[in-house]
Structures are given as C-alpha cells and as structure tokens.
Design a protein around this ligand. Structure first.
Ligand SMILES: Cc1cc2nc3c(=O)[nH]c(=O)nc-3n(C[C@H](O)[C@H](O)[C@H](O)COP(=O)(O)OP(=O)(O)OC[C@H]3O[C@@H](n4cnc5c(N)ncnc54)[C@H](O)[C@@H]3O)c2cc1C
Length: 408
C-alpha cells in the first residue's frame, strides 16, 4: 500500500473534522493533552448544519453557521488537510488522496455521509435556479428563504423527502412548516405538498401522529410513497416514482432533500456493511471486525437518527473506550441510540422529538415531548448553536461536566 510513499505514524487518527470527529478529538486531548492524535479533514471550513433549517426560514444568518476549520480544531492536534482514500485495516494503515499513508494504533472514522444530488435527473443543473432549492447546502439555504418570500401571488410549493437513512430525518418538513407558517401569516394562497418516499410523517409513531395534526392544521397535501426521480427546472415539473408508476407534479417552488449514502471510500472498503456504512456495534461503536477501529456520526451502520444530537451521546462512548485502551481508564459505557429532532412546526414553536433505539420515546424535560413549545424554539435558535460550538465541539460531555480547564 505504501509504494515508496512516506508513512506517518500516530497513536490515534481521526477521519473527519466535522461534529463527530472534532468532539472525539477535543475530548481525547482534554483528557490527555500530549496525545499524538491526527485529524484528516479536506475542508478549510466547518459548518453548523442544523442552523441551515433556520437560515432557510429566514430566522438565522447564513454566516453564523460557518467557521474556519483551523479555528475549531483543538490545540495540539495534527491536521492533514487531505481526504481519506482507502483502508488497509489489517496493517492499521490509511491512505490519503495525496498518496500519503498514515499508520495508527487506533482509528476513528467520522467522515459523515454523501449527498447524492446526481441521483435525481436534472437536479444538479437546476439547483439554485428556477425555484429549486435545498437547505442541505450552505449556499442554497438563503435561496429557500428568498423563494418563500417571493411567493407573493401564491402558487404551488413542493417539499420532498427521499428514502431513509438521511441526516436529520425531519429536515424536509421543518423547512416546509417554516415556509407554510410564513405564507399563512401573510395571507398568501400557497398550495403546499409534501412528497415523501416513506409512508409516514416520522419514523417514530408517537411523533408521526402528532405531526399528522400539524400537517392537517396547515392544510398540507401529503403524497406518501413518492420518490423524486427527475426535475425539469425551466418547465417547473417534478417527477416521482410511485407504486402506480411515475407521476409529475407542477411547482413554483421545490425544496429537495437529496438521497444520501455512505462516503465512497467507506462503501468500497472491507470496513463497510452490505449497505455501505461503516460496520460498527450499535452499542460500543467499535468496528465489528477490527477492534482498533471505531466509528460515530453519520457514516456508521447504527440504526439511530443521524443527528448532531446523536453525536453528543456517541462521542463520550468512543472516548471512554479509547482512554480505557490507552490508559486503563474506567470501563467504557454504551450508546443507547439517542437522537433528537427539533421540529420547527411554526416560526416560534418547536416539537422536540427525542427517542432511542427501536423508537423508544424519551424526553429531557418533565413534559410531553409531542407538544410544540416556544421555549424549545428558543433552545433551537439560541441554546443548541451555543451547545454545538462550546460543548460538543469542545468534547465536553454535557451529562458529565468535568470542569477541567481547556485551551482555546
Ligand atoms: C439541513 C440540515 C439540518 C440538520 N438539522 C439537525 C438538527 O436540527 N439537529 C441535529 O442534531 N442534527 C441536525 N443535522 C444533522 C447534523 O448536522 C449531522 O448529523 C452531524 O453534522 C453529523 O456529524 P458528522 O461528524 O458525522 O458529519 P459532518 O458534521 O457532516 O462531518 C463530516 C466531516 O467529514 C469530512 N469528510 C468527508 N469525506 C472525508 C474524507 N474522505 N476524508 C476525511 N474527511 C472527510 C467532511 O468534510 C466533514 O467535515 C442537520 C443536517 C442538515 C444538513
């Protein structure tokens, strides 16, 4: 695998400097400041993706969701601004796109997932034009807001949701409710359609029932079993595959959530499961075949909701396992599948859907989580971004604060 290339050795190598990779890296360095740890991350910027829903709804500034990667990487880490390209897990080696090779004692894979825009015919060329938008891109979220405000004469708006798994399963309907509430407040006659490849508003039945009532209240027309396959931007037509064949719907505004899959370099490797995701144990997050490999965040096979909220509960498990191996620290814990989806059901209320593996409903507050509340809107807008930058990315375990000093 080396082909005469330089091999760099590190105790821990982390693939990905997103939410999951940074949380693990920061937490390890807080526990062991002299740890030899490297992060492989090609991007020069880091995005607070959960903020894009609010940007698309005109409730957050786009710029506040992006920071230079160099500013969010913890001190003491070695940064390879490069992309992971292939594994040689039997020899604990990783090759990078530049051709360099990293050798590790432990590997943490946190490379996120791939947005498959080009699996929808005609979509890549029309995105950002002809009324076609998506909150899944930093540059396009403001276009969602501009289209929403631009429907001054009414019209037809479609919001699409692909097959699961995707990151933030609620993102399509969150965008829809923020726009629908705006149109209602301004008395605009916009016919709203929700085209979902799946058969229900949400994967957890208790929340799905509560969301049915929200959809009914807005008068939204649902089209279940509808999977977007083609977009003709100039003609403003969206084509869906359905059980009964193809159906084409007209639109003035189309918000698309793209199909999603595991990154190619994971999918094409021996570390993937059949579906292409990094094959880890759902509780320990340790690779099922390679004991010195861990994975967390959106790239793994665990059947939880792919969210930053899940990362918040996953990274302490991975960090405890690594510290147990490195320093014989306390026995590691287990990840219980926690995920959360702050559903922006209006422009000032949120239904904070929280759940664990197998659809178990949980709540961080002593209240019914299916009830939309104003204080949870405030959390989504103010508290969660603060927690993201200052708690999760700093590797602080919210449930077990350690109050140790840290470098900035
Ligand atoms: C519109 C939208 C709304 C969302 N809303 C919410 C929400 O309300 N609540 C919530 O909890 N979550 C939400 N999420 C999901 C959340 O952002 C993700 O689940 C979270 O970022 C996952 O973290 P991650 O580190 O696994 O992936 P990411 O944060 O995406 O990071 C992956 C990193 O890996 C890097 N990478 C990619 N390929 C390679 C490679 N080959 N080598 C090295 N590095 C690589 C990428 O550049 C990236 O920096 C939302 C996401 C979107 C898009």
């Amino acid at each position: 695998m080396t082909d005469g290339k330089q091999v760099y050795k590190h105790v821990v190598v982390v693939i990905g400097g997103g939410a999951a990779g940074l949380a693990v890296t920061s937490a390890l360095l807080r526990a062991q400041p002299d740890l030899d740890i490297a992060v492989v991350e090609p991007s020069g910027t880091h995005d607070y993706q959960p903020g894009w829903t609010l940007v698309g709804g005109g409730c957050m500034h786009q710029e506040s969701t992006r920071r230079p990667e160099a500013d969010v990487l913890p001190q003491g880490v070695i940064w390879y601004q490069d992309a992971a390209a292939g594994f040689d897990a039997d020899n604990s080696r990783l090759s990078l796109a530049s051709g360099e090779v990293l050798e590790y004692r432990f590997l943490v894979v946190a490379a996120g997932l791939k947005l498959d825009w080009d699996r929808i015919e005609g979509l890549p060329e029309t995105l950002g034009h002809n009324g076609v938008t998506s909150n899944y891109r930093y540059d396009l979220a403001p276009y969602t807001w501009s289209l929403t405000r631009g429907m001054t004469r009414g019209g037809k708006a479609l919001f699409t949701q692909p097959a699961m798994p995707i990151k933030c399963a609620g993102a399509a309907q969150k965008a829809m409710y923020l726009s629908a509430d705006y149109w209602r407040q301004h008395g605009l006659d916009v016919q709203v359609g929700f085209c979902n490849q799946g058969a229900a508003m949400f994967g957890v039945p208790a929340y799905a029932r509560a969301l049915d009532a929200v959809v009914e209240d807005y008068g939204i027309q649902t089209h279940f079993g509808h999977n977007l396959v083609a977009v003709d931007g100039p003609a403003r037509k969206a084509t869906f595959s359905t059980e009964d064949g193809q159906q084409t719907l007209d639109f003035d505004m189309l918000h698309v959530v793209p199909p999603q899959s595991a990154p190619d370099f994971i999918r094409d490797s021996a570390l993937a499961n059949e579906a292409g995701w990094l094959d880890v144990d759902r509780n320990t997050l340790q690779h099922v075949r390679h004991a010195n490999v861990y994975g967390l965040g959106d790239c793994t096979s665990t059947p939880n909701a792919k969210t930053a909220a899940a990362v918040r509960k996953q990274f302490p498990v991975v960090v405890a396992s690594l510290l147990h191996e490195l320093t014989h620290g306390p026995a590691p814990g287990q990840y219980d599948g926690y995920g959360a989806c702050p559903l922006t059901v209006s422009r000032n209320t949120v239904m904070l859907a929280e759940f664990r593996y197998d659809g178990e409903v949980v709540s961080s507050f002593p209240m019914d989580p299916r009830v939309p509340r104003r204080f949870q809107w405030w959390m989504k807008k103010q508290v969660f971004p603060w927690m993201y930058w200052n708690v999760i990315l700093q590797g602080r375990d919210w449930d077990k604060p350690d109050h140790k000093p840290y470098s900035v």
